[in-house]
Ligand binder design. Sequence first.
Ligand code: FAD
Ligand code: NAG
Ligand code: NAG
Ligand code: NAG
Ligand code: NAG
Ligand code: NAG
Length: 530
Amino acid sequence: MRGLPILVSIILFSISLVTSKSYPNSVVDNFLQCLPKHYRNPSKPIAKAIYTPTHPSFQSVYELHTYNLRVLTQANATHKPMAIVAALHESHVQAAVICAKESGLQVRIRSGGHDYEGLSFSSSVPFVIIDLSNLRSIKIDMKTETAWVQAGATTGELYYRIAEKSKVHAFPAGVCTTLGIGGHFTGGGYGNMLRKFGLSIDNVVDAQLINAKGRILNRKSMGEDVFWAIRGGGGTSFGIILSWKIKLVRVPPKVTVFQVAKTLEQGATVLVHKWLQVSHKLDKDIFIRIMPVTVAGTGNGNSTVRVSFIGHYLGRTNRLLPLVNASFPELGLQRKDCTEMSWIESTLYWAGFPNGTSTDVLLNRVPNKVFFKTKSDYLKNVMPKAGLETLWKVMMEIGNMWMQMSPYGGRMAEISESETAFAHRAGTLYLVQYTAHWSEGSSEATKKYVELMRKLYAEMAPYVSTKPREVFLNYRDLDIGSNNTDFEAAKVYGAKYFKGNFQRLAEVKAKIDPHNFFKNEQSIPPFPSF
Ligand SMILES: Cc1cc2nc3c(=O)[nH]c(=O)nc-3n(C[C@H](O)[C@H](O)[C@H](O)COP(=O)(O)OP(=O)(O)OC[C@H]3O[C@@H](n4cnc5c(N)ncnc54)[C@H](O)[C@@H]3O)c2cc1C
Ligand SMILES: *[C@@H]1O[C@H](CO)[C@@H](O)[C@H](O)[C@H]1NC(C)=O
Ligand SMILES: *[C@@H]1O[C@H](CO)[C@@H](O)[C@H](O)[C@H]1NC(C)=O
Ligand SMILES: *[C@@H]1O[C@H](CO)[C@@H](O)[C@H](O)[C@H]1NC(C)=O
Ligand SMILES: *[C@@H]1O[C@H](CO)[C@@H](O)[C@H](O)[C@H]1NC(C)=O
Ligand SMILES: *[C@@H]1O[C@H](CO)[C@@H](O)[C@H](O)[C@H]1NC(C)=O
């Protein structure tokens, strides 16, 4: 049954690979001529949503929602989209899907553009971008403590709108305030409340998804399998997420934040080693992340690593201090290190805005772009001091590095690996992010840092999860493989991102998108039928 469609899609894929250098205009013309035939809302003309390379705003629309300058600079010079449909209405998304399929064009889906490898705005095959950034309404219903949030809304906008309605409600999601809800949630979505409330997807109760036929489905009509898959499996492979329905969580009127920093010379290694033993077991209301950064040497001083311990507590300082003192007295946390504030103010603190910044900055949707390469790991065991020392040594060799290590445990360990497609649950102690950043756009700089990051990754292998070496989908890394047509080949990165859930994801894919229309370089191919 499924054999023929797969064959057809493989043929289509091969054709698009062959044509990737020539970008035939006829294909785009077919696509553009098809669009008006398929939109059904005369009050929202689709012409206003279409940007082709000759449009005066094409370049700015293309670059606006992008984060990684490493990818953008390269894609901009070699493989731009053949068109961008920046939908102003959901019917524009439907038309774009139907017409791209008819014309044999691949689509890339973009909400906030923060993908670490830029898979929402770049590809080596001809493609069009379906951009959702204009679809960003947020409708909050305080009676049911739920909200419908469109894919193009940012985390900052969501936090701001919640705080407008209530000072004691919140939503657990990322600390960066310009992330697109569309891409962010579907990869898992976590922030400083994950030990209490789990991931964003653990608090999602419904969704609207456009399938490959251009139909809008909800949880009931897509079925529990698809609803399971888009919670952690990445939307890319299954359809276009238009909106999520979320359940708000309750937070106290005051939360406490703190920060303590120590360099290697001030004993950071011993402190981090203790932190590794305790922070995943602390009270669920406490989240202490560490952020090691490289500090360049000055004068006679050598370079070093400075580790910040950044804390979030869902309660007041008086209760926090004895809790931390009981299990982590070495941190030496003092009242003067702690600040009490409302939850919404804490989102500004975590996003790095200076004290006193107005919450209006949460409505700032455009990120500052950065050249960077990130890799991620999961820890199942406490890393020995030797591992930490290797880590600091390589970080200082690379320079220009920052890291985040975030404790799991708490609520994360109570949810089974198969409840959603996100599989890194009980037994996972820490999520580790390694990032090198630089400011020169040259391909030499890119090559240098990417190679150094691969070296760091190799050196850390003895200390992190194995079989598979797990990776966080939201910290996308193309180094772990890419093949969106072959199940066996995709299994390699599939196991790293999804562990035992990969096969079920491929089975769901075979049901909802057997022709493999929705894909990118790391999407999930349909489970083969024999
Ligand atoms: C500065 C920064 C801070 C971050 N902080 C955190 C954090 O605290 N917690 C965390 O969990 N992650 C964090 N991330 C990672 C972030 O969650 C992912 O990059 C996420 O994919 C971004 O979503 P987006 O919509 O902005 O990106 P996009 O690049 O638009 O999309 C990412 C991926 O999802 C697909 N996609 C996008 N929209 C849709 C849609 N509507 N339907 C189907 N597929 C879609 C895209 O095709 C792409 O493959 C951070 C990233 C950055 C750059
Ligand atoms: C992309 O290319 C255009 C020229 O085609 C140039 O003006 C622009 O600065 C480039 N952007 C980036 C981020 O490299
Ligand atoms: C810098 O490192 C060298 C070699 O490890 C060491 O001898 C020297 O004391 C260090 N200097 C400072 C200021 O720490
Ligand atoms: C921490 O606990 C120890 C005893 O366990 C106590 O002596 C000390 O005063 C406490 N410090 C703070 C800041 O509460
Ligand atoms: C932030 O500013 C307020 C006054 O505007 C001050 O009371 C508070 O201590 C400051 N907090 C920090 C962490 O600097
Ligand atoms: C994907 O895997 C198949 C089978 O192993 C192979 O023929 C094909 O070239 C691969 N495609 C890519 C893009 O690597």
